[in-house]
Design a protein around this ligand. Structure first.
Ligand code: TRP
Length: 410
C-alpha cells in the first residue's frame, strides 16, 4: 500500500539535463516511485514562455522524457507524460488566474530575473543607432516616472480628507488624478524593469506551475531549492481557491533532493543550463574532463604543492557526491598536504562521475535506438494523467459554477 499523498514534479525540456537536476531532483523522483503515487511531466507549456526554437522543441521534449527514463525513472511505476498532451493544465491555469493576486506574481524573483536578462540581451544585441534609441527610451521613461513622482507628491500632500469631507466631488477628482498618475508611473517603470516586453505567459508561469501540481492534488513536490518561491505561490493559490470555492486542494510542500543546491563549475552560481556551468548527465568522459579543466577550485592553491582547503573547494564537494568515502578521505588529506594537484584531483573526479553516469548513457542510447519505448510510455502516462486531471476538473468546474453540469442543476 502506497502512501496516500501524491507526488508531482516537472522538468523543462530546455536541452541537457545536468547533474544538478539529477542530484537535486530526479534521483528523488525515482526513489519516490517506490513509496508514493507519482506524476511527472516534461513541461513544454512552460518552455514556450521565453523565446524558443519551434523546430527544436519536439526533440528537446523527447530527449527530456528519454533522459528521465535513462536516469532510472520507470514509466510503469509512475505517470510520465508531456504537459501539453493534457490540456487541463492550461484550463486550470485560467481558472487559477482569477484567484491569483497580481502583487504576488510581481514578487516572483524568477520572473524579475528573466525579464531583466531579456532586457539585457536585447540591449546587447542592438548596435549603433538602435542601441542608442533603446537607451534613450530607458532614460526617457525613467525620467518620466521621476517627474510624475514629483507631481504625485504634490497631489498626495494636497489630499486632506478633513477639508474635503463636505465636497465629495472634489475628493473623487483628486483620488482619480492620483490613481492616473500612479498608473502612468507604473507603466513607465515597467520599461526599465524589462517587464513591458515580457509576455503574459512568462508572468503567469508560476500559476501554470500551481495548476500542474494541484490538477493531481499533489502535496509533495521534489524540486530544487530555487523553486521554493513558486511553491509558496502554489499554496497561496490553493488557499485562496479553497476559501472562496470550498476545500478542494491540498497544500504542497517541497521535498529536498540529495543535494538541494549544486554549484556550477564557476563555483559561485547554481549549476544551470543557461549559465553554461554544468556537466550533463549524458556527457561522455572526454567532455566531462574538458568541462572540469577550467573549473574553479580553492583559490589558495596557486601552485601544485600549496596546501589546500577541501571545505571551500567546489571540486571537493562534487567528490563527496560521486566518490566513495575512502577516496574522499584520501583526497582531503592529500589536498591539505599539497601532495595532489588540482589537475589530478579533477581527473579522479571525472572518472568517478563517468562511472556514475555510464549506465545512464547506456540506457539513453538504448532508448534512442528504440524510440517506441518512450512514445508508448508517454501514451500510457498521458492516459493516466488525463484521467486524474479529468476528475479534478469536474470537481473544480462544479465548485466554480461553470461547465455544462452547472446548467443541468438549474
Ligand atoms: N519551474 C520548474 C523548474 O524550472 C519546472 C516545473 C514546472 C515544475 N511545473 C512544475 C516543478 C511543477 C515542480 C512542479 O524547475
Amino acid at each position: 500500500m502506497k502512501d496516500q499523498q501524491r507526488v508531482f514534479s516537472g522538468i523543462q525540456p530546455s536541452g541537457d539535463i545536468h547533474i544538478g537536476n539529477y542530484l537535486g531532483a530526479i534521483k528523488k523522483w525515482v526513489e519516490l516511485t517506490a513509496t508514493h503515487e507519482c506524476v511527472y511531466c516534461v513541461v513544454d507549456d512552460h518552455a514556450i514562455t521565453v523565446d524558443y526554437d519551434v523546430k527544436q522543441l519536439p526533440s528537446r521534449t523527447f530527449e527530456g522524457v528519454l533522459t528521465t527514463m535513462a536516469c532510472g525513472l520507470d514509466p510503469d511505476r509512475c505517470a510520465l507524460f508531456v504537459q501539453s498532451h493534457v490540456p487541463e493544465h492550461t484550463e486550470l491555469t485560467w481558472l487559477f488566474n482569477t484567484v491569483t493576486p497580481l502583487g504576488s506574481l510581481f514578487r516572483m524573483t524568477q520572473f524579475k530575473d528573466k525579464a531583466r536578462n531579456a532586457l539585457q540581451r536585447a540591449l546587447d544585441k542592438k548596435q549603433g543607432g538602435a542601441r542608442k534609441t533603446a537607451l534613450h527610451e530607458l532614460r526617457r521613461t525613467g525620467m518620466g516616472a521621476l517627474a510624475l513622482c514629483d507631481e504625485l507628491r504634490i497631489d498626495l500632500e494636497a489630499l486632506n480628507p478633513d477639508a474635503t469631507a463636505d465636497n465629495p466631488m472634489a475628493l473623487q477628482e483628486q483620488v482619480m488624478r492620483i490613481n492616473d498618475r500612479m498608473g502612468t508611473i507604473l507603466q513607465q517603470l515597467q520599461v526599465g524593469l524589462g517587464v513591458a516586453d515580457a509576455s503574459c505567459g512568462l508572468f503567469d508561469y508560476p500559476v501554470l506551475q500551481a495548476a500542474d501540481i494541484l490538477l493531481y492534488k499533489a502535496s509533495l513536490v521534489p524540486v530544487g531549492e530555487d523553486q521554493e518561491q513558486h511553491l509558496e505561490l502554489c499554496r497561496e493559490v490553493a488557499e485562496r481557491f479553497n476559501r472562496k470555492f470550498g476545500p478542494v486542494f491540498p497544500m504542497a510542500t517541497r521535498i529536498k533532493g540529495e543535494a538541494p543546491r549544486i554549484l556550477g563549475l564557476d563555483g559561485n552560481q547554481k549549476m544551470s543550463k543557461s549559465l553554461d556551468n554544468y556537466i550533463g548527465v549524458l556527457d561522455e568522459k572526454d567532455r566531462i574532463i574538458s568541462r572540469l579543466k577550467p573549473a574553479f577550485t580553492d583559490p589558495a592553491r596557486l601552485r601544485r604543492d600549496d596546501p589546500g582547503h577541501p571545505e571551500v573547494c567546489n571540486i571537493y564537494s562534487l567528490h563527496k557526491l560521486f566518490s566513495d568515502g575512502a577516496t574522499c578521505a584520501r583526497i582531503d588529506e592529500e589536498c591539505r598536504r599539497g601532495t595532489i594537484g588540482c589537475f589530478d584531483c579533477k581527473n579522479q573526479l571525472a572518472t568517478a562521475i563517468d562511472t556514475h553516469l555510464a549506465p545512464i548513457r547506456e540506457r539513453a542510447d538504448h532508448l534512442r535506438a528504440h524510440p517506441s519505448i518512450v512514445l508508448e510510455a508517454l501514451a500510457t502516462g498521458r492516459d493516466r494523467a488525463g484521467q486524474l486531471a479529468g476528475e479534478t476538473m469536474r470537481e473544480v468546474r462544479d465548485a466554480m459554477g461553470i461547465g455544462p453540469q452547472a446548467l443541468n442543476r438549474l
